[in-house]
Design a protein around this ligand. Structure first.
Ligand SMILES: [Mg+2]
Length: 361
């Protein structure tokens, strides 16, 4: 079998949102996906990250040369070579996102060369990966939120999450009204989750969290900035709801810092070093007795989440749920609140022919 890497290709896609969207601390009108394809022998692996087009430049200018000629079966070895090549640029943030897209493509490629499902290569622990509905943007009116909740219910999601912390925590009354409205729409049995994206001060988060506890909310994500680990830890000590964070984790050291401060460690394979990094960070979380939840990119998380012992769920984020089938063929659908990972070689996804319509470079 020929397994030397012969080609690395990037492409960048921009998918406009149907209407303007915002969370507590950021607004956007499109989502950019940076895709990487890696070739070896007669196989092609696909990965992507949700990042800036600059991530494609990092792959093209810094990583492609590191990959060429290396054995595609030696994914951790290639990962280490890429990570070492990033020393002077800084190995976190944008660089980690670029590395993540490559790592995902490498794992997909290896599984295809071996002609096994990627989940089996990782070690399948479950056949179905539970998801939760995620969206509830602060820009939504009541009709938009209602329609979204109905969509999550139709897909069988028992848990759902909306954004709060509107305008950097300056609209707490509206935040709490929207959570109450979510309870009305979702019903008493639904698990309600909220994400403030770091929009509150510690004191504000404590006061809002007290009301969330009364409303039966089970998950309070990034009540304060994830950089304020001490405040997260204090909130975890006084609130009933679970504290969750981790979407900006780039490596195991980032993950380790959050361990005392969260009940559930969120990990994003498109940011934390690909599947290689995700599994390493998930193991750290497990060692601390924590659950792990896949952040965004649901289709990419399906194969690795199926192998994680302490998986809680994967985030079925509205923007990504909408665009992933436009970007790739083979995206696993959500049925009965879960995804069933691909049973053919690799993760089973290839760039969709129609994706060219959204390509910007
Ligand atoms: Mg979040």
């Amino acid at each position: 079998m020929t397994t030397a890497i012969t080609a690395v290709r990037t492409s960048v896609f921009r998918f406009p949102t149907p209407t303007p969207e915002a969370d507590g601390t950021l607004a956007w009108d499109a989502t950019t996906a940076v895709a990487v394809e890696v070739e070896a022998g007669d196989g092609t692996g696909l990965g992507w990250t949700y990042s800036s087009p600059a991530a494609a430049a990092v792959v093209d200018d810094e990583l492609a040369e590191v990959l060429r000629g290396r054995d595609a079966r030696d994914v951790p070895g290639v990962w280490r070579a890429m990570h070492r090549a990033g020393r002077n640029l800084g190995t976190r943030g944008l660089f980690a996102q670029a590395l993540s897209a490559v790592d995902i493509a490498l794992w997909d490629l290896k599984a295809r060369l071996l002609e096994v499902p990627l989940t089996d290569l990782f070690g399948r622990l479950r056949d179905r990966v539970p998801v939760y509905g995620s969206g509830g943007f602060t820009t939504f009116d009541d009709a938009q939120l209602t329609a979204q909740v109905e969509g999550w219910q139709a897909a069988g999601c028992p848990a759902m999450k909306i954004k709060i912390g509107e305008s950097w925590g300056s609209r707490t009354e509206r935040d709490l009204e929207r959570v109450s409205r979510l309870r009305e729409l979702a019903g008493d049995d639904a698990e309600l989750m909220v994400d403030a994206n770091g929009g509150y001060s510690p004191g504000q988060a404590r006061r809002v969290g007290g009301v969330l506890d009364e409303l039966g909310v089970v998950w309070f994500e990034e009540p304060v900035s994830s950089d304020d680990v001490r405040a997260l830890e204090l909130l975890r000590g006084v609130l009933r709801c679970d504290i969750a964070a981790g979407e900006y984790v780039s490596d195991e050291r980032d993950a380790a810092r959050l361990l005392p401060a969260v009940d559930c460690l969120q990990l994003d394979a498109t940011r934390c070093g690909g599947y290689t990094g995700w599994l390493r960070c998930a193991a750290l979380g497990a060692a601390a007795g924590l659950q792990v939840s896949g952040h965004c990119a649901p289709a990419l998380h399906a194969p690795v989440a199926a192998a994680a012992p302490r998986l809680r769920h994967v985030e079925w984020f509205a923007d990504h749920a909408r665009l992933e089938p436009l970007l790739a063929d083979g995206v696993p659908p959500v049925v009965g609140g879960a995804m069933v990972p691909n049973r053919g070689p690799g993760h089973g996804m290839v760039l969709a022919a129609g994706s060219q319509r959204w390509r910007i470079r």
